[in-house]
Ligand binder design. Structure first.
Ligand SMILES: [Zn+2]
Length: 206
């Protein structure tokens, strides 16, 4: 795919770090990003997490609608392709699911998205660069502090992985950013220079 497409939310004021739409135009960062310095460089999402988008992602994850993956990835490439090119991404990495949860669901939605996006953008994908070594509670029922604690020691960077300088993390939804922040921190510790993220949807600033 050629490097084109525009940034989402260009007409909306959004957080300079995570891309979350902001309620107050004068702000530079959303509530979460201004409170916790983020380990990643920047992130983008295609849509705000609401209405039909939220429903479609739910169907994709919990009702085995795997065939949504190329459609979602196509929108990621169309809306954020130019941004991906500008970031100089060398490797696309999906946020991993714990093997037990992956077995239960039958697939990792982030992995399907990463593979599709990699194919469409012609960027290598590495599905085992980051491992989920501890099964955690679902983040959505937890507060910000609990989310951080819940993720403690949940991930590891694989010793087998040949480190890339610039990576793009892929997930389905970005909420408070705890997961992406945690993984970015580990990747940087392992020697990665720049970490970006891209998700289908993003929550709104509180
Ligand atoms: Zn933010």
């Amino acid at each position: 795919m050629a490097c084109r497409g525009s940034l989402p939310y260009v007409e909306e004021p959004c957080c300079m770090k995570c891309g979350k739409p902001l309620k107050i135009e004068e702000q530079e960062y959303c509530r979460d990003c201004s409170r916790i310095p983020r380990a990643y460089e920047q992130g983008r999402s295609v849509w705000i997490h609401r209405g039909n988008v939220a429903q479609a992602i739910y169907q994709f994850k919990f009702h085995n609608k795997r065939y949504y993956a190329p459609i979602f990835a196509g929108e990621m490439a169309k809306k954020c392709g130019e941004w991906i090119c500008r970031c100089g991404i060398e490797t696309i990495i999906p946020v991993p699911l714990h093997p037990a949860r992956r077995r239960k669901r039958g697939f990792n939605q982030a992995e399907l998205l990463a593979r599709e996006l990699g194919r469409q953008m012609q960027i290598p994908v590495c599905t085992n660069a980051v491992l989920r070594i501890r099964n955690t509670k679902p983040q959505k029922k937890l507060g910000s502090r609990e989310r951080q604690d819940n993720l403690k020691d949940a991930f590891a960077v694989s010793g087998q992985w040949n480190i890339s300088q610039t990576v793009l993390l892929i997930d389905d939804i970005y909420t408070t950013g705890s997961t992406i922040h945690r993984i970015a921190k580990l990747l940087k510790k392992a020697g990665v220079q720049k970490v970006f993220f891209l998700t289908i949807s993003i929550g709104q600033d509180k």
